[in-house]
Design a protein around this ligand. Structure first.
Ligand SMILES: Cc1ncc(C[n+]2csc(CCOP(=O)(O)OP(=O)(O)O)c2C)c(N)n1
Ligand SMILES: [Mg+2]
Length: 627
């Protein structure tokens, strides 16, 4: 069969399926894209011809379309995603930030940037970089470090191997992330004889590697010997579909479970073993249990500094770690006993080995009391009235307005931290906050992908005014596709998060307010920017709320509506969420003419000694007799 490279590629993508636990489905839900010179004649032509075989969605910004694909893939537990096509040059480099979001979060997306001519017959072409030291460099090389697999297909004969490797990485739970296949624009339109078999339907099995039995024995022995064990659930628990296995183990043993950002929702907040969010943005319950834990079992977590409170969260001098993770890279962190395994498989095996065993009842009761106490703190933060409203009040009203299965989406600013500690998750897919890359602009675009992945749930995007100004473009895509979102736009006239951080490092909220400039800085009156009018101009229905009653009623009508509503609410950036006695390592200037900086440096130096290297081998990884 004679096809262009782009036609063959599109047919290949349409024929790929994945299978896990006997459930088979198409891997690519479609192709998101923005056409320009570099992809319109190649992939554009091929997608037109393919029609419903690989549906095409017009996005408004290339970075945003990767966010949409990431939102979709995360909501689909990494078993489905989108391909993303761009023009060459700026369209392609706009992908870089989105690719980094995908790769840091370990979420599969396929990027198909256009590239310069393979033949070089008319170079430099429009938007070509021209590196005088090497003509085979193009701007797409920026995508190499943020891609788990990168290939530039210079010749039609190379297409088959590139596609098979792309699928290998995208469907491998340990390897997955952004995959980039750069397509020189002349090559994409070139016809070739498609190798036999390439376009036949293909099923990729998503593996569930079991834990080695000796390791499960070792972990069970460590748990039995520990007086204060703790489980930390990360995103891997959710992607593996291990939440029920975790709930059963926790119920049977009383092992307390704390959650990372990506792992939040692994247990319902009211499960008796749930102690909530861990770390810098954690609950007092999880942070107190972590402080004294003797044994910490991380499952499907990459141990970011927010989770470990910059390695200050664990203070027991003999604390040891176990890492259960499908990604070998993550298992060696914190000098843990490394268990390379699928989360569900490992949890089931561990449950078997721990049959009949339970944590000390006093410890269980202690964890339960701490969790109940934090719940009281949350209730109080939700109820305390402020004018303008506090962000906690807004979160409380969104929580109250939504059903168990609805999804809250967030990413950067002060919302992720406040949501992590306050939001009471009632469903494993109900909490979707991107906090590996914490990328401003993810919110609306990803919300669109989340809704496309599961149209049976209401999706509530919570976004700050800073993020909104940076990237609200995909609201237009949602409108044009008649995909309903509820967006809660939190207006606090600047960066509450970085303002607060700035103050804590002695930098006095410098440059973090959306205000007119005066002689002393950005501290004049508020700007006449009207984000409600801005949202309405993009085609959304808009409701404004300034009291609790107005917000509750706006949320109720937005949730009941058939089309996208943006609820604009003003909040006070100076009312913080309740503190959870934790820390984050953000270095403070060592010398300064300002007293505030010196005081902040002093506080910083006082905290640093709580930080621990966490390098001690566990008993199971030490040679016999070493302890
Ligand atoms: C793309 C990007 N640029 C910069 C940052 C650094 N940053 C983190 S939060 C933030 C401010 C966010 O403002 P807003 O969305 O209004 O949320 P708020 O802090 O007010 O809650 C900035 C600039 C980031 N995370 N992402
Ligand atoms: Mg803001």
């Amino acid at each position: 069969m004679r096809l262009t490279v782009a036609q063959a590629l599109v047919r290949f993508l349409a024929a790929q399926e994945v299978e896990r636990d006997g459930k088979r489905q198409r891997f690519f839900a479609g192709c998101l894209g923005i056409f320009g010179h570099g992809n319109v004649a190649g992939l554009g032509q091929a997608l037109l011809e393919a029609g419903a075989e690989l549906p095409y969605y017009l996005a408004r910004n290339e970075q945003a379309m990767v966010h949409t694909a990431v939102g979709y893939a995360r909501m689909s537990d990494r078993l489905r995603t989108f391909a993303c096509t761009t023009s060459i040059g700026p369209g392609a480099t706009n992908l870089v930030t989105g690719a980094a979001v995908a790769t840091t979060n370990r979420i599969p997306v396929l990027l198909l940037p256009g590239d310069v001519f393979a033949t070089r017959r008319a170079n430099p072409v429009l938007q070509e970089l021209e590196d005088p030291t090497s003509l085979d460099v193009s701007v797409n090389d920026c995508l190499r470090p943020v891609s788990r697999y990168f290939d530039r297909v210079w010749r039609p004969e190379q297409l088959a191997a590139a596609l098979l490797n792309a699928m290998r990485v995208l469907t491998d739970p340990a390897e997955t992330g952004a995959v980039t296949l750069a397509l020189p624009q002349d090559l994409a339109t070139e016809a070739f004889e498609v190798p036999e078999g390439l376009l036949e339907a293909r099923v990729w099995r998503v593996r569930r590697p079991p834990a080695e039995p000796e390791l499960v024995d070792a972990v069970a022995a460590m748990v039995r010997a520990s007086r204060r064990p703790l489980i930390v659930a990360g995103g891997g628990v959710i992607y593996s579909g291990a939440t029920e296995a975790l709930a059963r183990l926790a119920r049977a043993t009383g092992l307390p479970v704390a959650e990372t950002q990506a792992g939040k929702g692994a247990l319902r907040f009211d499960h008796p073993a749930s102690i909530g969010a861990l770390g810098t943005t954690g609950t007092t319950a999880a942070n107190e249990v972590a402080r004294e834990a003797e044994l910490v079992i991380g499952i499907g977590t990459r141990w970011s500094d927010f989770t470990t409170a910059s390695r200050s969260a664990f203070q027991d001098p003999k604390v040891s770690f176990v890492n259960i993770n499908v990604t070998p890279f993550d298992t060696t962190k914190l000098a843990a006993l490394a268990v390379v395994a699928d989360a569900r498989a490992a949890l089931e095996a561990l449950s078997e080995r721990l049959k009949g065993w339970r944590v000390d009842p006093a410890y269980e009761a202690h964890c339960g009391e701490l969790a109940a106490k934090w719940n009281t703190t949350v209730e109080a933060a939700y109820a305390a009235p402020h004018s303008p409203l506090s962000q906690a009040e807004v979160i409380g009203l969104v929580e109250a307005a939504t059903d168990d299965r609805d999804v809250v989406v967030g990413a950067a600013g002060s919302l992720p931290g406040d949501l992590h500690k306050l939001w009471r998750a009632r469903d494993p897919k109900g909490y979707h906050v991107e906090y590996a890359y914490s990328c401003m602009g993810y919110e609306v675009a990803a919300g669109l992908g989340v809704k496309m992945a599961d149209t049976t749930r209401e999706v509530v995007v919570m976004v700050g005014d800073g993020s909104w100004l940076m990237m609200s473009s995909e609201l237009v895509t949602a409108i044009s596709e008649s995909i309903k979102l509820v967006v809660v736009l939190v207006v606090n006239h600047g960066f509450a998060s970085i303002g607060n951080l700035s103050e804590s490092v002695g930098v006095e909220r410098f440059g973090t307010r959306y205000r007119y400039r005066t002689n002393s800085g950005l501290d004049g009156p508020k700007l006449p920017v009207d984000l409600a009018a801005n949202a309405a101009s993009l085609g959304a229905h808009v409701l404004q709320a300034s009291t609790r009653e107005e917000l509750a009623s706006a949320l109720a009508s937005a949730l009941a509506a058939d089309s996208t509503t943006v609820v604009v609410v003003e909040t006070d950036p100076l009312v913080p969420a309740p503190d959870s006695a934790s820390w984050w390592d953000v270095p403070v200037a060592e010398v300064s003419t300002r007293q505030g900086v010196l005081a902040a440096r002093e506080r910083y130096e006082a905290e640093r000694p709580r930080q621990r290297p966490l390098l001690s081998p566990t008993a199971a990884t030490q040679p016999p007799g070493a302890r």
